[in-house]
Design a binder for this molecule. Structure first.
Ligand code: ADP
Length: 528
């Protein structure tokens, strides 16, 4: 082939073969896994013009240039070209000059283009970033909804390839339905990163700081990233690290552009070992020897977490991905969720759908923090990479859950009591009130709310902290839903009925206190 690769990467061959055989395909592979090859090879092999729909106008030029460098006839049509340049591309395309033509989805609404497409022989339509068609994803684009109709109205139905890096089950179902894929071959591969060790721990903010500093000091030669949820936290963690003698720098949108790029460069050159940053950092950075990525706060989705943590260990060497979280992180995420989903270009209904999608993504992230399962398996299953999730009987032996150190406590009875209580309170109160009712505490306040006679009053004996965690577990499983905004209330989630089923079970992770190692005694090395 023209492409100069010796072998296919996982997943590529299946997709290429399916497309060449005329079968639609959906490829879900992480960024960098090589999705382009999946449609480029068939695009070149099939006779006629393969249309590639991509939202990334700024990247089209580069993609097309590198194809041309490889001797492939490719072109693009987008708003960076003048109308006469566009006309000339279409004329040349009709003359059969190109194998691949890249267009933005907005183009499908242009009558001139639709006319052109009805005349050109189009054996293949490839839809890149296909998750943009779903309102359940992070980057919904209304213009993607046109693609299905566009394909339908072509004189001959082309084979359709959909490609994306993030697709939960729901998003995948949307892609198939809204793009009108017919019995598509599905490939979900490449998400597993065996060299990354994942760990998660619940820690109060001051303890997080010490933990991170201790780690960075113990690994002075290692390159690392510490992600924080706010600029303020970036400043705090950065200052703490620097004061402790760690060579750290920082990155967030509040810094001047020159300082940001100087700091980034210092980290890339390994002059600074650690960069403390908000999620504004990392796009387009390709540093292979990152040995650890620490999250000082819980991110708002598994997608975001896996992408950020995945910046560790690109060289394939063993690397650490540590997530420290606290209840405060969850509140912050819920608070921002309301604001982040307020987008001026959306109707109120669209905004509510976007909020619901974000709530579910946050619930899944919370589930990662609370789960007793293998952490890697949890994430791989989330992305739909089932075969990778099930390898080694679903236990990777390379994450903090597989390594143990906790007990899985059955809290099914308590969970049922919580569900009854939320029902009795009709979803009007926050976590604190639900807990007070169930434990019969803070009676004065309950009196004020008219809840002193509640049927489920004092029906559970469990600590306040644990009971709150049971509520969070139910929210993570979507049995309950905790609203966003400043005063979140506990209501029913999409799966609340399932909690009433007889086979419903809930387990809570109870961390076992690790014996404190005293230097020179338990460690033994100093006797050496
Ligand atoms: P994605 O679209 O999934 O993010 P790309 O298609 O841009 O990824 O590919 C990422 C990189 O991997 C590119 O540099 C590409 O040249 C390279 N690549 C893709 N397939 C192969 C292969 N079979 N062998 C070697 N390199 C490959």
């Amino acid at each position: 082939m023209h492409f100069g690769y010796k072998d296919f990467r996982p997943g590529q061959q299946g997709v290429v073969q399916a497309l060449l055989a005329g079968r639609d395909a959906l490829a879900v592979m992480p960024t960098g896994a090589g999705k382009s090859v999946c449609y480029q090879i068939p695009g070149v092999v099939m006779s006629g013009l393969a249309l590639v729909i991509s939202p990334l106008v700024s990247l089209m030029g580069d993609q097309v240039r590198s194809l041309q460098d490889a001797g492939i006839q490719a072109a693009y049509l987008n708003s960076t070209l003048t109308p006469s340049q566009q006309g000339s591309i279409m004329t040349r395309a009709l003359a059969g000059e190109f194998d691949l033509l890249y267009v933005a989805p907005e183009r499908l609404e242009d009558p001139r283009f639709v006319e052109f497409a009805s005349q050109a022989p189009i054996p293949l339509v490839a839809v890149d970033e296909a998750h943009c068609v779903s309102q359940w994803g992070q980057d919904f684009r209304p213009s993607y909804l046109r693609i299905g109709t566009f394909i339908e109205q072509l004189p001959t139905r082309p084979t359709v390839a959909a490609l994306t890096a993030t697709a939960t089950e729901r998003v995948r179902a949307d892609i198939v339905r809204l793009l009108g894929l017919q019995d598509p071959y599905q490939a979900v591969t490449g998400f597993d990163r065996p060299n990354l060790h994942f760990s998660v721990e619940r820690l109060e903010p001051n303890k997080k700081l010490n933990r991170i500093t201790t780690y960075a000091k113990a690994h002075p030669e290692d390159s690392g990233v510490v992600y924080c949820n706010t600029r303020k936290n970036v400043e705090k963690v950065h200052e703490h690290l620097v004061q402790s003698g760690v060579k750290a720098t920082r990155y967030h949108a509040g810094l001047r552009k020159e300082e940001r790029s100087a700091n980034q460069q210092a980290w890339i050159n390994d002059d600074a070992a650690v960069i403390v940053a908000t999620n504004a950092f990392g796009m387009g950075i390709d540093k292979s020897n990152v040995r650890y990525v620490i999250h000082y706060n819980m991110p708002s989705s598994i997608e975001a977490y896996y992408q950020e943590a995945g910046r560790a260990g690109r060289d394939g060497l063993a690397s650490e991905c540590m997530l420290y979280w606290s209840d405060g992180d969850l509140s912050t995420c819920r608070f921002f969720l309301e604001q982040d989903s307020d987008n001026e270009s959306m109707s109120p209904e669209e905004a509510e759908v976007a909020r619901a999608a974000r709530r579910r993504m946050l619930a899944a992230m919370e589930g990662y923090c609370l789960t007793c399962e293998c952490l890697r398996g949890y994430m791989l299953r989330y992305f739909g990479d089932e075969s990778a999730a099930q390898q080694d009987n679903g236990s990777c032996n390379n994450c903090s859950n597989c390594e143990g150190g906790f007990r899985a406590v059955d809290v099914t009875a308590e969970a049922r009591a919580v569900m009854r209580c939320v029902q009795e309170l009709r979803g009007r109160f926050g976590k604190g009130v639900v807990v007070d009712v169930l434990r019969g505490t803070n009676m004065e306040r309950l009196e004020q709310f008219g809840l002193a006679q509640a049927k489920c009053l004092n029906s559970v004996s469990m600590s306040q902290v644990q009971l709150k965690e049971v509520i969070e577990l139910l929210a993570a499983g979507e049995y309950l839903e905790i609203s966003d905004g400043q005063f979140p209330v506990v209501g029913f989630g999409a799966r609340f009925r399932e909690a009433a089923a007889s086979d419903f079970r809930l387990q809570m992770k109870q961390v076992l206190r690790q014996p404190q190692r005293k230097p020179g005694v338990a460690g033994g090395r100093s006797f050496g």
